[in-house]
Design a protein around this ligand. Structure first.
Ligand SMILES: C[S@@+](CC[C@H](N)C(=O)[O-])C[C@H]1O[C@@H](n2cnc3c(N)ncnc32)[C@H](O)[C@@H]1O
Length: 262
């Protein structure tokens, strides 16, 4: 049996769609890979490839302390319970450490299995702060369907391979950690109105969840405090997380900026 070229194209597109559907059901997000432009050999520095390609700014090695033995020995302990790689966890830990001297309370929204929260707890534990408090917000059962908007690259119940009991066990040594299981923003009502925050790590991925977090935390930050967003600079989040944050900060004096880790 022979197929016309058009029939061949229809069959291969059908196969590609089926393959994409299977991968998405398995929790993967599929994007078409775009070849970055070739570096221009006549230029000494080829700094910009595409807006979504990370290139080291200089053609020599830069210090990468997230691969130092001391940091890795901690990271290795939580490697299996975080989606966040070494470099981003390094920023979380050191920004929390920096903010600890401001006092106040810290929070994380989007805890999943507890890995990134562990770094905040550790920074607080090692700080001189006498008033340590870490609030953790998540459903602890996966992405809440009612907060997923049409451009969000996540499906209901994604990240459900976790439980409150598992995360409690990981953070058992830190008595200053308080858990708020349920959906954001509803769970914010369990926080005392006068609470002020010095460091908040936001890793909720979704447009609506990010909007709610900005609305809740912005006016409750201590001067000099840090709101750290995961994924703000990631390709695929331009019309979800980044849009929510940019919309929120449009009329604010502060402007988000992108770390080289995204
Ligand atoms: C990418 S995961 C967090 C990863 C985690 N920080 C780590 O170290 O691997 C995103 C989490 O955000 C949570 N989330 C998103 N929107 C939420 C909402 N409105 N209420 C509660 N949890 C939410 C999901 O349940 C999920 O666990």
């Amino acid at each position: 049996m022979t197929h016309s070229p058009q029939m061949g194209r229809i069959i291969s597109r059908g196969m590609a769609n089926l393959f994409q559907l299977i991968l998405e059901r398995m929790g993967y997000c599929v994007y078409r890979y775009q070849e970055p432009p070739k570096p221009d050999p006549s230029k000494r520095y080829n700094t910009i490839a595409t807006r979504y390609t990370h290139r080291a700014p200089f053609p020599w090695k830069t210090y990468s302390p997230w691969f130092d033995r001391t940091f890795l020995s901690v990271y290795d302990g939580v490697r299996g319970v975080t989606l966040i790689p070494e470099d981003r966890c390094y920023y979380i830990y050191h920004l929390a450490e920096y903010c600890a001297h401001l006092g106040g309370t810290m929070a994380e929204c989007g805890v999943y299995r507890g890995g990134s929260a562990y770094f905040i707890a550790l920074a607080l534990e090692r700080s001189q702060s006498t008033d340590r408090h870490l609030h953790l917000f998540d459903t602890f059962s996966g992405m809440p369907a009612k907060y997923i908007s049409k451009n969000d690259p996540h499906k209901p119940n994604e990240f459900s391979r976790t439980s409150l009991a598992e995360v409690r066990a990981i953070l058992a040594d830190y008595s200053f950690v308080e858990f708020h299981p349920g959906t954001i923003p509803e769970t914010f009502s369990s926080i005392e109105e006068s609470t002020r925050f010095s460091f908040v790590h936001l890793d909720v991925d979704l447009y609506r969840s990010n909007k709610s977090c900005c609305e809740y935390f912005y006016g409750r930050m201590i001067t000099g405090g840090v709101l750290l967003f995961d994924e703000y600079g990631f390709e695929g989040y331009e019309f979800t997380e980044r849009l929510a944050i940019d919309e929120f900060f449009k009329d604010k004096p502060e402007h988000p900026f992108v770390l080289p880790t995204g």
